[in-house]
Ligand binder design. Sequence first.
Ligand code: SF4
Length: 175
Amino acid sequence: MPVERLEGLHTGRGQAGQEDDEDEVRRGILLTTMDKAVRWARKQSMWPVTFGLACCAIEMMAAGAGDYDLSRWGMELFRASPRQADLMIVAGRVSQKMGPVLRTVYDQMPEPKWVISMGVCASAGGMFTNYAVVQGVDTIVPVDIYVPGCPPKPEMLMYGILRLHEKVRTEGHFK
Ligand code: SF4
């Protein structure tokens, strides 16, 4: 299924609701709440921190390139500084040695911030059932979305991103 259609399926309001909004904008009318406006702005301008750990990072980089084009969601800017990022994509296995570094980068990101665990290694250690690899990055940082696979294709990462957008748009209160 084209990625463009996935967002409509998981907004909870569906394609019809989005079309209603677009009709209102065309008529020059837009009524909303500050809460909804802020949530919309947050989901439409997430900036991931540059953070690749292993083979999964190649697929993450592919998702940002021209064929897949994360910029359609305002996400093409992978930030070199965690202070300018609000999304951490943990792409690949996390070694025990890298764990504290990962946590430091996470702590340096401003609130609100979110984490996607990309691939089975980041989520549960994957094939590396040994003492050198962290058996789940959620033991180090809170994870919002888990993307399965080895490696997950760019489409799978983008699906995870869209689910995270939906979470940001609908869940909780201002952080
Ligand atoms: S899930 Fe697969 S592709 Fe990703 S880091 Fe592990 S071994 Fe590499």
